[in-house]
Design a protein around this ligand. Structure first.
Ligand code: ADP
Ligand code: MG
Length: 265
């Protein structure tokens, strides 16, 4: 008998295999990945550069070019079967159910518009609201990501923000749609170590405040220890090991996991 009280995963990935067309052949770069992210949980995918982490997240977001890529398996997000949605429905999912932040926040911000305008536009594309409502909500979001002097700063341009502050702006924009799941693809990799710690603390705080789930992608085991409840170790396109983060740290068996751990100071 199915347990009707059982908590459903926010994200459920089964046998995800992603291939790219290269010289007339399909080449797998992600193979047979299966994992769940439960409500309020942070799951890390950790692996070296080129192991397929970004392709995994872009497959979930369905942001890979259709003509040169193929995604097999199944991806359920809030119960929606993403690989069988049409493009219009998928756009709604990207606007409502899931948001993504990346390594370099500068490239995602428009240099010629103020921060306030960009956040307002992110808000109004999700739901209709007056200019005054959008401004108030923009200030609330900037304060939520702990940007000091929000009222002043919304009139400034991206280049007037430091790298860490820009990443806070990107997180504010991601929160505009109140997503159930945040996919964070190396969001702290380009930042100084102290700023990295501040952004990780912010993500943890937001998660406690909002109960959001996070899929956190990183090459850094130190970051994993900071943030993840559970960890998937990815190597050459495959999940070679997964479990509670503490278990991975203490009892990780795979030689690649051991190698990653030996690099943690
Ligand atoms: P990671 O994020 O773990 O550093 P990626 O997921 O970006 O790694 O890349 C995994 C592999 O897939 C790499 O070998 C990369 O060259 C290849 N790859 C990524 N994107 C594409 C693409 N659009 N077309 C062809 N190959 C790609
Ligand atoms: Mg990547």
């Amino acid at each position: 008998m199915p347990d009707i009280n059982a908590v459903q995963p926010v994200l459920s990935v089964r046998n995800l295999t992603t291939s790219f067309l290269s010289n007339g052949d399909w080449k797998d770069v992600v193979r047979d990945m299966s994992f769940d992210v439960m409500p309020g949980e942070t799951v890390a995918i950790v692996g070296e550069s080129g192991s397929g982490k970004s392709v995994t997240s872009l497959s979930i977001m369905r942001l890979l070019a259709r003509t040169s890529s193929r995604i097999d398996g199944s991806i359920l997000l809030n119960g929606k079967d993403l690989l069988n949605l049409d493009e219009e429905a998928m756009r709604k999912v990207r606007g409502n159910d899931v948001a993504m932040i990346f390594q370099e926040p500068m490239t995602s911000l428009n240099p010629v518009f103020t921060i306030g305008r960009q956040i307002s536009e992110a808000l109004t594309c999700h739901r209709p609201m007056s200019a005054a409502e959008a401004r108030a909500e923009t200030i609330r979001l900037l304060e939520k990501v702990r940007i000091p002097n929000a009222v002043q700063r919304l009139k400034e341009y991206p280049h007037q923000f430091s790298g860490g502050m820009r990443q806070r702006v990107m997180i504010a924009m991601a929160l505009a749609s109140k997503p159930k799941l945040l996919i964070a693809d190396e969001p702290t990799t380009a930042l100084d170590v102290t700023i990295q710690g501040q952004i990780l603390d912010l993500i943890k705080t937001l998660q406690e405040e909002d109960g959001m789930s996070v899929l956190f992608i990183t090459h850094d085991m130190g970051v994993v220890a900071e943030i993840a409840d559970r960890t998937i170790v990815m190597y050459r396109g495959e999940a070679v090991e997964s479990g509670d983060t503490a278990d991975i740290f203490h009892r990780g068996q795979h030689p690649y996991t051991r190698a990653l751990l030996s690099a943690v100071p």
